[in-house]
Design a protein around this ligand. Structure first.
Ligand code: HEC
Length: 135
């Protein structure tokens, strides 16, 4: 009898976990407008830009996206939407201008950084840093 009870508790626990677990299936597509997609970074020294971007990343982005952009920051589990894995093609295949647009404007759980990081060059530096996260 005890065994049955334990089994029942395990099964019920599993059912409740699978219902509350976030699924990525309904992740909404997010496209940057064409005028942004075509934008080119004004920063010519990519390595220097990425180094600047890293400092900003650790202050503003790491809590959700994680140090290496894997989507495993300390706040990630509290979000409604998954931040995604920036080492993968989903993110890396996007043009610089799209990543710049998304960093600038945000959407839902992804904050807008237009005011928090007002200097456009700083936001471009973040894009340069995101490029270094590619695996
Ligand atoms: C509060 C948590 C949070 C913080 C802080 C945050 N992000 Fe995000 N970010 C998200 C979430 C969640 C998404 C997915 C949004 C969606 O799909 O609707 C996202 C998506 C993105 C995307 C789009 C990725 C793609 O593949 O389309 C970029 C680019 C991005 N974030 C850059 C940044 C940068 C740069 C910073 C720091 C300046 C930052 N984020 C800070 C939560 C965060």
């Amino acid at each position: 009898m005890k065994k049955v009870l334990v089994l029942l508790i395990v099964v019920m626990g599993w059912i409740s976990i699978s219902f509350t677990e976030k699924t990525n299936l309904d992740k909404k597509p997010w496209n940057a407008p064409d005028n942004f997609k075509k934008m080119k970074s004004p920063l010519t020294d990519a390595a220097a830009a990425a180094a600047d971007g890293k400092v900003l990343w650790n202050t503003h982005c790491k809590s959700c996206h994680g140090a290496k952009g894997l989507g495993d920051g300390s706040k990630a589990t509290q979000l409604e939407t998954e931040p995604g894995d920036f080492s993968k093609a989903d993110t890396q295949a996007q043009p610089d201008g799209s990543l710049f647009y998304k960093t600038t404007e945000g959407r839902d759980d992804m904050p807008s950084f237009k005011k928090k990081i007002p200097d456009e060059d700083d936001r471009w530096a973040l894009v340069a840093f995101i490029r270094t996260l590619k695996k």
